[in-house]
Each structure stands twice: as structure tokens, then as C-alpha cells.
Design a protein around this ligand. Structure first.
Ligand SMILES: [Zn+2]
Ligand SMILES: [Zn+2]
Length: 222
């Protein structure tokens, strides 16, 4: 399949794409980039101060050292993510991964990238793992290897159907780690809402001896 046969076409509005991406210049300019965000949880901040932490993160510990979100969860990224996650639109996933690569090019690199794994039963249902589909092109683009030592050992109820307290209970002992562990990893996932899943994965990794855990997500729900 060559670019000549399939020229890039905007996945949002169907105009011709630019820079070899399935996104037009106008839609690219309208993407919801965060201006400033909390370095601990990627929550968008109204002003960027030296501390770069939101009110909640000033008052609590996190197993995550840093969280970066390429986007705020808003149009048109929210629609692209839904198409990618629930409607097998892998072209939308490739576009989002490419944009994440550009956005995260300057961030400190870890020893390895760790896609937040799906339980095998969910994987069978969906046919692909959205975190892995984002992490693969990031790994290639940024030259950081993937590490597959984090496993989902317990199927959990879909997080979207639960409140915050139930999310934490739901995730207790959901993950397991295989030794030896890298010293510094970045968890990769599509969307961060409360962060309960990322926190559970990070806690498991830290307990297994990983010195530093960060997270990169495509979009942060404000
Ligand atoms: Zn467009
Ligand atoms: Zn925060």
C-alpha cells in the first residue's frame, strides 16, 4: 500500500492530510493540547507555576513520578479514541500514536515502555490491546524498548461502570510482575480518568523493585 494509492486523508473531516498523517492542517491546529498540566497526574492547570502540581497532588503521594498526557480528552481526540478503542479503527490508533510521538519527543526517556495490559479475556473480546497498539509505534519512534513483564492476572469489571472507591477495590491485585525489572519504566495507556488503573499498575511495579515509574497517556480527562 503506497502513499500514492492511499494519500493521507483527515480522519476527522476527510480533507487531504498533511505531513503524511491522516489529519488536515485545520484539524491539527484545533487539537486540544494542554497549555499547562500537573506533572504528577497530567490534570490541565489554568496557570503554569514552578511547582507544577495540582491541589490534590500537593496533598497526596503517588506511585507515579510523572504523568504526561499528549491531549486533553476533548473533541476531536475523544472521538478518535472511541473509534480506536471500541470500533476497531486502527488507523485512528496509528494517527494518535504518531501525535503522541511528536508530543513526547522531548520528555526524559525511560529504560523501557510498559503498555498497561488488558486481561486475556478482554483481549479475546476486542481482538487487540489499545495500550500496546499505542506503545509499539512510540517504542519505534522514540527508540525505547517495550517490556512485557507486567501482566493482568485478574479480570476486573469495566472501570467506567464504577465509582472511585469501587475502582480501587476492583484493581487490588489485578497486576503481577515478572523479574528481573528495569530501573525506570513508563506505563503507556490510552486514557487517564481517575488514574486508578495506572496507580495500581505503578504500585505493583514499585513493590517489585522498579525504582521509578512514569506514565504517558494519549488523553487526560479533566
Ligand atoms: Zn480535518
Ligand atoms: Zn495532579
Amino acid at each position: 500500500m503506497s502513499a500514492w494509492l492511499f494519500p493521507p486523508r483527515c480522519l476527522v473531516c476527510a480533507e487531504p492530510g498533511v505531513a503524511g498523517r491522516d489529519l488536515c492542517a485545520a484539524c491539527n491546529a484545533g487539537l486540544p493540547w494542554p497549555v499547562a498540566s500537573c506533572r504528577r497526574c497530567a490534570l490541565p492547570l489554568a496557570v503554569a507555576d514552578d511547582d507544577q502540581r495540582c491541589g490534590a497532588c500537593r496533598q497526596r503521594d503517588s506511585p507515579l513520578n510523572e504523568v504526561r498526557a499528549a491531549f486533553i480528552y476533548a473533541a476531536p481526540v475523544d472521538g478518535l479514541l472511541r473509534r480506536f478503542k471500541f470500533h476497531q479503527d486502527l488507523a485512528a490508533g496509528r494517527l494518535l500514536a504518531g501525535l503522541m510521538c511528536t508530543r513526547l519527543a522531548d520528555v526524559e526517556r525511560p529504560v523501557a515502555l510498559v503498555p498497561v495490559p488488558l486481561h486475556v479475556s478482554r483481549l479475546r473480546q476486542r481482538g487487540y490491546d489499545q495500550a500496546l497498539e499505542l506503545a509499539r509505534p512510540l517504542s519505534r519512534g522514540l527508540g525505547v524498548p517495550l517490556w512485557h513483564g507486567l501482566q493482568r492476572v485478574r479480570a476486573t469489571a469495566p472501570q467506567s461502570e464504577l465509582d472511585a472507591a469501587a475502582r480501587h477495590r476492583n484493581l487490588r491485585s489485578a497486576f503481577a510482575v515478572q523479574a528481573p525489572v528495569p530501573a525506570h519504566v513508563v506505563l503507556v495507556d490510552d486514557v487517564m480518568t481517575t488514574g486508578a488503573t495506572l496507580h495500581a499498575a505503578a504500585t505493583t511495579l514499585r513493590s517489585a523493585g522498579v525504582a521509578r515509574v512514569d506514565a504517558w497517556v494519549c488523553a487526560r480527562v479533566p
